[in-house]
Design a protein around this ligand. Structure first.
Ligand code: SF4
Length: 310
C-alpha cells in the first residue's frame, strides 16, 4: 500500500522521502560532541551572531552516547502504527570538524540499526577536507546522505556582520566539492537578517538556482533571549520590522522563483518557543505554513512558476 503523500504546491521533503521509500522518514537529532572553528577560537570565539548555546542544535538530547540518543529520539518522535524509517541527524556545531577516525566511528555508530537509512550531517563549507569528503562519499555510496551547509546569505557584507567566519566564494567552493562527489547538499538561508531586504533575497535565490543544490531550508530570523543577536538589536537600537504577512509573502515569492526540483526542507525558523524573544509570530510555525499553503492554493502558485533557466 502506498503511504499518503502531502499535496503541497512545492516539492516538500516529507513527500520526496515518502515517494522514495514509501515510509515517513524521521530525522533523529544527534549531538556528536563537536565544537566549531567559529566558537573554539580557531576562527573566532564569538560564533555566528544567531548561534545558540547548543550550537544551533535545539532538539538534541545532551552528550549521551549515540546509541542512547537514537533510542531516546526514536521514542520521542515515532508514532505507533506508521511505516517509518530514520536518518541520524548530526545537527549541532560543525559535524565534520574533528579527527577523521572519530568522525568515522560516530557516523557508522549512528548507522547501526537497519531502520536508519542514512545520515544528515550539518557543517560549514570551510570544514570539508579531502579526507572528510572521501568519508562522506563512501557513506553516500552505501546510504542516503544529506550534507547541510549554513549559507544564510550570499551577501559578504551580511556574512561579516553575522560573523559567519568565511566568505561566499569559500561557501561556493565547498558546495561544488560536495556536488562533484554526487552528495546531496542542503543549503540554509535566513530571511530577515539585519539590513537585508528583498533584493538580497533575490540575489541569494539566483545563486541557489545556479548552484542547484539538492535542497533548501528557509528560516525566518528569530532572536533568542539573552543572545548576542538580542544585544546587537539593543545596542544598535534596531527594530525587527518584518511581520508574519510580509515573511509569508517573501517566502512565496522565493518559492515561485526557485528551481522546481529543489527539495524544500523547511519554511520557518526552528527555535524553541520559550527562548524566542522576538518576533512573537515566529512561535506559530503551523500558522506560517498554513498561510503559505493557502495563498499558493488560492492564487494557483507553484514552486518554480516564475523560474526561468538563465
Ligand atoms: S557555524 Fe554553526 S555552530 Fe559554528 S558558530 Fe555558526 S551557527 Fe554556530
Amino acid at each position: 500500500m502506498r503511504i499518503e503523500i502531502n499535496k503541497k504546491r512545492y516539492r516538500d521533503y516529507d513527500s520526496y522521502m515518502k515517494e522514495k521509500v514509501n515510509k515517513k522518514i524521521i530525522k533523529l537529532p544527534l549531538d556528536g560532541g563537536f565544537t566549531c572553528p567559529n566558537r573554539d577560537g580557531t576562527i573566532s570565539k564569538e560564533g555566528c551572531i544567531f548561534c545558540s548555546e547548543s550550537g544551533s542544535g535545539e532538539w538534541t538530547f545532551g552528550k549521551k552516547s549515540i546509541r542512547e540518543q537514537i533510542s531516546h529520539q526514536k521514542a520521542r518522535l515515532s508514532k505507533e502504527g506508521r511505516p517509518e524509517a530514520y536518518l541520524g541527524y548530526f545537527q549541532n556545531f560543525t559535524n565534520t570538524y574533528g579527527d577523521l577516525s572519530r568522525l568515522r566511528k560516530l557516523y557508522y555508530e549512528a548507522l547501526t540499526d537497519d531502520d536508519i537509512i542514512g545520515l544528515a550531517i550539518a557543517t560549514r563549507a570551510d570544514c570539508l577536507s579531502d579526507q572528510v569528503l572521501d568519508l562522506l562519499e563512501e557513506i553516500n555510496d552505501k546510504y542516503f546522505l544529506i550534507v547541510e551547509l549554513g549559507m544564510q546569505s550570499v551577501n559578504d557584507r551580511t556574512l561579516a556582520l553575522i560573523n559567519r567566519g568565511y566568505d561566499h566564494v569559500t561557501f561556493d567552493s565547498g558546495l561544488k566539492k560536495l556536488k562533484a562527489r554526487g552528495i546531496k547538499v542542503l543549503v540554509h538561508m535566513i530571511v530577515g537578517l539585519p539590513f537585508e531586504g528583498y533584493d538580497d533575497y533575490i540575489k541569494t535565490i539566483s545563486y541557489i538556482n545556479e548552484a542547484a543544490p539538492w535542497g533548501i531550508k528557509i528560516h525566518n530570523l528569530y532572536v533568542e533571549e539573552n543572545s548576542k543577536l538580542e544585544k546587537f538589536y539593543q545596542e544598535n537600537k534596531l527594530t525587527y520590522g518584518m511581520d508574519m504577512d510580509e515573511y509569508v509573502k517573501i517566502v512565496i515569492e522565493i518559492l515561485r522563483k526557485l528551481r522546481p526540483e529543489i527539495v524544500i526542507n523547511r519554511l520557518t525558523g526552528d527555535g524553541i518557543n520559550d527562548k524566542i524573544a522576538f518576533p512573537i509570530w515566529s512561535k506559530n510555525k503551523a500558522k506560517i505554513l498554513t498561510s503559505i499553503d493557502k495563498i499558493m492554493k488560492d492564487k494557483n502558485y507553484r514552486q518554480g512558476d516564475l523560474w526561468k533557466e538563465e
